[in-house]
Structure formats: C-alpha cells, structure tokens
Design a protein around this ligand. Structure first.
Ligand code: GLY
Length: 317
C-alpha cells in the first residue's frame, strides 16, 4: 500500500481517506477483517455505485474481492495485482474469500473482476521469495498444460530470475491465457477448473499446518512433488514424472521437501478440511503425465488411500 496504493489513489483523484489498508499476509484473510473493512465502508457512506480497487497480492485480491462481492449485495471490483502469483492466478477467475480456523478459503464467493490491470515493472520490487512463489503457480500451469509450456518456462528460468521485462511480459501473457482458458470453460469448478488444483491438496494442508508462515507458492511447490509421487505410486503416472517435477522445481529455485518438523499424519489430517473434499472424501487433481490430468472422464478428482499420501509425504523429506 505505501508503495503503490496512495500514489495510485492520487492519480485516480481518490481521497487518501478512501484507501483502506490491511496488515500484509494471510493472517489478514479473515471474517473479522472482512467485517472491519465493510464497516469502514458503511461508516464512510460508500453507496451501491462504489467500485472496490484491490491493489496488492493474492491476499488483498481475495479479501477485497469478497468485500466487493458482498457489499450491498455486490459492487464491482477492479483487480490491480502486484505479485506474480496474483497476476497469473489469483486475480483471474473470480475466486474471492477468507480463511477460517477450519481451513483456507472456506468462506467466499465467485465474483469476477470488471478489469484486471497488471503493471509488470512492479514485479521488480517484489522480495525474491515472493517472486519465486509465483513461479510455482506458473510451473503448475506448465505441468497441467503441455510439454511446450513447461519447456518455455524452464528455458526462460534464468531470464525470469534476472527479472528481464521481455521474459516477464511473455510469462504473464502466456499464463494469463492459460488461466483464462480454463476458467472460461468452467467458472464454478464443476470440472476442468479442478485441474488448477494440482499440488494444492497437499499444498493447502502444509500451508495451514505452517500456520500460514510459509508462502502459498512454496507449499504448492512441495505439494506438486508429493502429488506426483502419489500419482506414480498409484500407477496413474510413470515414475519419470516425479523426476521431471523435481528437476523443474530445482531449476526454478523452488522447494520440494516437506518441512522436517511437520508430521505426515498432521498434514494428512489437514487435507480433510480442504474444499476439494466431496462427500467426505478428499479429492486430488493428479497428473497422468505433463499436460494430462487423470480422471478427465470422471470430473478430474481422484481419491487416494491415506497410506499412499503418508508414504508420498515421507518420501518428500
Ligand atoms: N487458483 C485456482 C483457481 O482459481 O481455480
């Protein structure tokens, strides 16, 4: 906010008093923050003709989007993502919401932005770990889409690490297109949108066990390798998929190991609160190969025996 929010408000002619801020980090994505922001808007007399402009990363986008989705039964939201993760993933597709003690993103709404505005040079002010965490979602997109997309990402890893603008522009262009393509086919995640959850069943569980101390993208990175191991153990994918995912994580400087202090049983228990559970059974979006999600003919969700999950987590240490 201090970096971009106030200057942007000035450029738009919006009084600084209309800028509402939150403490950075996942701990702000709560119902009490939603209530605080909504109450401030009501106190300040914002009407149904208001527009919420969400300037920040995924947390800001999700929370401000949820405020917009519910304020006076819904006002428009403009997403101005300032992190790589928010540019290529969180700002697109209308998922908004907050976390609860029971798990991540469990209360929310689909509320599509009227505009997404990504200004690439802001990526140069991101802490390196935040930038890398965004690359985890780019890797997910590559792995679920095609060998061509995966190869492009890996071939450009060095230029991206140097934050070269042409590479960043092409990265964001490709990955916004991937996300838009999926969301257009299945806005409400009844089918193909579930493929965007690859790495996320384990990833969200690790994130929640870490008490959100770990970045979302780091947890998804670890989750992708563990879920590749699950697919291999269930003979859905060849063992070589595990090597390919690990090599890609290494090339992008992403973590692949489950933190030693996190017990596998605790992570397994945390998967049960995931939104992806259906009729009590946890669903995984598993890869059969690069560009090929398993169970396409039965809704893209695969249930996995607990022992396979625990073995995959133990092997990821
Ligand atoms: N981040 C996954 C989705 O938007 O569906």
């Amino acid at each position: 906010m201090p970096l971009y929010g106030i200057p942007l408000a000035r450029r738009l002619g919006v009084p600084e008093t209309d800028c509402l801020t939150i403490v950075a980090g996942e701990s702000s994505k709560t119902r009490s923050e939603w209530a605080r922001l909504t109450d401030l808007m009501l106190e300040r007399g914002f009407g149904r003709d208001s527009v919420v402009v969400a300037v920040g990363g995924g947390v800001v986008g999700d929370l401000a989007g949820f405020v917009a989705a519910t304020y006076m039964r819904g006002v428009p939201v403009i997403q101005v993502p300032t992190t790589l993760l928010a540019m290529i993933d969180a700002s697109i597709g209308g998922k908004t919401g907050v976390d609860t003690d029971a798990g991540k993103n469990l209360v929310g709404a689909f509320h599509e932005p009227v505009l997404v505005l990504a200004d690439l040079p802001v990526l140069r002010t991101l802490p390196p770990a935040e930038f890398r965490a965004g690359l985890a979602e780019a890797l997910k997109h590559g792995l679920i889409t095609s060998t061509g997309e995966l190869d492009w990402l890996l071939a450009n890893a060095a230029a991206l690490a140097r934050l070269e603008l042409p590479a960043l522009r092409e990265l964001v262009r490709r990955h916004v297109a991937i996300k838009v393509r999926v969301v257009k086919r299945d806005m409400h995640e009844a089918g193909v949108r579930k493929t965007l959850n690859f790495g996320h069943t384990i990833g969200h569980a690790i994130e929640s066990v870490s008490n959100y101390a770990m970045l979302h993208g780091e947890c998804v990175a670890i989750g992708m390798l563990a879920e590749a191991r699950i697919a291999s153990a269930m003979r859905i994918a060849a063992p070589s998929l595990v090597d390919r995912v690990r090599a890609a994580l290494d090339a992008l400087g992403l973590p692949s190991s489950v933190p030693r202090q996190m017990a596998s049983d605790t992570i397994l228990a945390a998967t049960r609160t995931d939104k992806k559970a259906r009729a009590g059974a946890v669903e995984y979006a598993l890869l059969a190969d690069v560009g090929q999600i398993a169970a396409a003919d039965s809704g893209y969700g695969t249930s996995v025996p607990d022992s396979v999950v625990v073995d995959a987590l133990n092997a990821s240490r």
